[in-house]
Design a protein. Structure first.
Length: 380
C-alpha cells in the first residue's frame, strides 16, 4: 500500500490503522483476561467453565459493542478534525472493523488460551492474505484509501468466520453452575486494561501525533518507518503469544514457569538484535525494496526505529510475564511511559528524528524499570 498509494495517502491509511490499534484496546484487555482464565481452567480440567465463559461473553459484548458503536459515531467529527481528514466514511469504516474485531478477538483469545496455536495462526494468515489481495484489487480499480480500509473490513469478516468455525466445537459444552470467579476477573481486568492501553499507545500514538504535527509528506514517511520497525515486533510477537497461556497454565499446576519466560526473553532479544543490525547496515536497500524511491528520504532514521521497536518488544515480554502471574503492580510502569511519551512529543516534534528519539528514550526507561522490578522480585 505504501508503494501504490504514495506517502501522502499512505500516511492517512496508517493513521487509520493506528486509530484501530487504540480503539482495539478494550478487546485487547478482554482477550488477555480470557487467555489468562481459559488457560487456568484448562490446567484445572474445567472445560465446562470455559464453555460458560464463552457464551456469557458473547451475549454481553453484543450489547456493549452496539452501545460503544453509537458513542463512537458521535465523536467522528472531532476525530476528523484531529487527524485532518475530509472524509468521514473512513472513520465510519474503522468503527465497523472494530465491531467485527470484538467477536473474532474473543474467538482468538479462546483458541490461544486452549493452546490451539495452529488454528490461531492459520486464521491469522488467511485473514492477512485476504486483506493484502483485496486491498491491491480495490486500489487498482481506483478506490485508494477507501479501498484499503474496506479490504481490512472484509478480511476481518473472513477472519471472524474462520475463528468461529475453529472454536465452536471446543466451547459447545458448558455448565451454568460453574463458578467463574467474576469478581476476581474484574479486579484482574483493570491492570490488564491499563497495561494494554499503555503498550498500545506507545507504538500507535506517535503515528497519530506525527500526523498532527508533521507535514502530510513527512507523516507518510514516518508511517512507513514505523511499520518497518514494527516488523521486529511482529516477528517476536508470537513468542509472547505462546508464552502467556503456558506460564498461566504452569502456574495453575504449580510447575516451574520461570524457565519459559527466560527462554522467551532470550529468543526475542536475539531476533531484535539481528533485525536492528540489518536495519543499520542496509537502510536504503530495505526502504527501496519495500516502499520504493519515494520513501528514501526516511532511510537514515530506519535504524533508530529498529532500536525503538526492539526495546518495545523486550518490554512487551516483561509486561506479559507479569500479567500472566498476576503481578499487577507492573501495569503502572507502561502507563507512566505512555503519558511521558505523549508529553515529550507535544514538546519536541520539529521533525521525524525528534519524535523517534523521544520514543527511544521513553521505552528505554520503561525497560530499565521492568528489569529492575524483575531483579528485586527474584531476590525475594
Amino acid at each position: 500500500m505504501g508503494r501504490m498509494l504514495g506517502p501522502v495517502d499512505y500516511g492517512i491509511l496508517e493513521s487509520m490503522v493506528s486509530l484501530l490499534y487504540l480503539l482495539s484496546i478494550p478487546i485487547g484487555t478482554i482477550s488477555l483476561v480470557i487467555v489468562k482464565y481459559v488457560s487456568q481452567f484448562k490446567g484445572e480440567d474445567r472445560y465446562k467453565a470455559i464453555g460458560k465463559l464463552y457464551h456469557k461473553l458473547n451475549i454481553q459484548l453484543l450489547f456493549f459493542g452496539l452501545l460503544g458503536l453509537m458513542g463512537y459515531f458521535l465523536s467522528v467529527p472531532l476525530l476528523a478534525k484531529i487527524l485532518r481528514l475530509d472524509n468521514y466514511l473512513w472513520l465510519v469504516m474503522v468503527s465497523l472493523i472494530i465491531f467485527v474485531t470484538f467477536f473474532s478477538g474473543i474467538n482468538r483469545a479462546f483458541l490461544q488460551g486452549l493452546s490451539k496455536f495452529f488454528e490461531l495462526s492459520l486464521s491469522g494468515v488467511i485473514e492477512s492474505l485476504g486483506k493484502l489481495f483485496l486491498s491491491i484489487v480495490f486500489v487498482v480499480i481506483g478506490l485508494k484509501v477507501t479501498g484499503a480500509i474496506g479490504a481490512i473490513l472484509i478480511a476481518g469478516l473472513i477472519g471472524f468466520a474462520i475463528t468461529k468455525y475453529f472454536i465452536k466445537d471446543k466451547v459447545r459444552e458448558f455448565d451454568l453452575a460453574e463458578n467463574l470467579g467474576r469478581r476476581t476477573m474484574m479486579r484482574y481486568s483493570l491492570p490488564v486494561f491499563i497495561s494494554t492501553l499503555s503498550m498500545t499507545s506507545l507504538f500507535s500514538t506517535d503515528i497519530i501525533l506525527a500526523r498532527s504535527f508533521l507535514t502530510s509528506y513527512d507523516a507518510g514517511l514516518y508511517s512507513a518507518l514505523a511499520l518497518l520497525g514494527k516488523i521486529i515486533f511482529f516477528l517476536s510477537g508470537p513468542i509472547g503469544m505462546v508464552m502467556f497461556p503456558l506460564i498461566s497454565e504452569y502456574k495453575a499446576k504449580e510447575q516451574n514457569y520461570r524457565k519459559i519466560f527466560l527462554q522467551s526473553l532470550v529468543i526475542v532479544a536475539m531476533v531484535s538484535m539481528l533485525m536492528t543490525v540489518i536495519y543499520f547496515i542496509a537502510p536504503k536497500f530495505i526502504v527501496q525494496m519495500l516502499y520504493g524511491t519515494d520513501y528514501l528520504k526516511a532511510a537514515s532514521s530506519l535504524g533508530l526505529f529498529a532500536v525503538f521497536l526492539s526495546l518495545y518488544s523486550l518490554s512487551s515480554i516483561f509486561v506479559n510475564y507479569y500479567l500472566s502471574i498476576k503481578k499487577i503492580i507492573a501495569a503502572v510502569f507502561p502507563l507512566l511511559a505512555a503519558i511521558l511519551q505523549i508529553i515529550l512529543i507535544f514538546l519536541f516534534h520539529q521533525n521525524i528524528g525528534q519524535i523517534v528519539y523521544v520514543s527511544i528514550m521513553v521505552i528505554g526507561l520503561l525497560l530499565a524499570l521492568l528489569m529492575l522490578y524483575y531483579w528485586k522480585n527474584e531476590r525475594k
